[in-house]
Design a protein. Structure first.
Length: 276
């Protein structure tokens, strides 16, 4: 099966263009807003629509700014040192989940200071809403022919266009590569998006100790990302960064896994202490 060629631009009016990747971000933020209003009606916490709007605004701002800064620092710091303006050339592409995650944490700290809510109460509320946006973002990666997978003879493999793998296969001179690769962005859309959403939505349907849902998000995302990175080719300009086997995405996911385990254990112990 050949990679489906999809024009990354949906339509354009003069210099203004609507791209599929940007549309996936907008749909993701809209989904978080809609799910947040639905969750507000079924979960205690004295949330209202205005607070949900503010929460999504803060989160979106943190995700976009943090995502860009994180990509530049984690994946292209050398380019930034030689050309600082590169940070602002967002039209050239480049977003990092882990940078966006850190940006969201900072944004939520600002939100909690404004609303006088406990930080973990806010993260527990928003954590089940986020995977849908993550999954849509990965679909944007797929449409843009980004994140090519590792070579495979599996029946799931697809043939990538040479433009998508130029940094991985210098011998790809024709329009199509002569090997099949894992569609890793689809794997990540399914795990980080659909599976993680189902897990968090079901678990959070009942009252849980404060911090447990946030911990489950960290653990779930970290494990899914770490596992699916084995099917994804490491960034061509970085390669493997640890033990000649682990990618930057896996290295950055390890602290999330450890933090998730710690937070779940802490939340359960706090709950037991209250029960006693």
């Amino acid at each position: 099966m050949h990679y489906p060629i999809i024009d990354p631009i949906i339509f354009s009016l003069g210099p203004v263009a609507l791209r599929w990747y940007g549309l996936m971000y907008l749909l993701g933020f809209a989904a978080v807003y809609w799910l947040g209003n639905r969750r507000m009606r079924t979960h205690p916490g004295n949330w209202n629509s205005e607070q949900i709007s503010d929460l999504v605004f803060y989160g979106a701002l943190g995700a976009v700014l943090g995502g860009r800064v994180g990509y530049v620092i984690f994946y292209n710091f050398g380019t930034f040192l030689s050309d600082p303006i590169y940070l602002f050339r967002v039209w050239e592409g480049g977003m990092s989940f882990h940078g966006g995650f850190l940006g969201v944490l900072v944004a939520l700290l600002l939100f909690t200071s404004k609303t006088s809510r406990h930080f973990l109460q806010v993260t527990d509320f928003i954590a089940p809403l986020c995977p849908i946006g993550l999954g849509l973002g990965r679909m944007g990666n797929f449409i843009n022919m980004e994140l090519p997978g590792r070579v495979t003879d599996s029946s799931f493999g697809i043939i990538f266009h040479c433009d998508a793998v130029r940094g991985l296969n210098a011998l790809c001179l024709g329009p199509w590569e002569n090997v099949t690769r894992h569609p890793s962005s689809l794997y990540q859309a399914f795990t980080e998006g659909f599976l993680l959403f189902c897990l968090l939505w079901l678990v959070s349907a009942k009252p849980r100790p404060m911090g447990q849902i946030s911990g489950l998000f960290l653990l779930g995302y970290g494990v899914f990302r770490f596992a699916t990175e084995f099917f994804r080719s490491p960034d061509s300009h970085i390669g493997f960064v640890l033990l000649n086997a682990l990618s930057m995405g896996q290295l950055l996911s390890l602290p999330m896994i450890l933090a998730g385990i710690f937070l779940i254990v802490w939340a359960n112990r706090q709950n037991l202490a209250k029960a006693v």
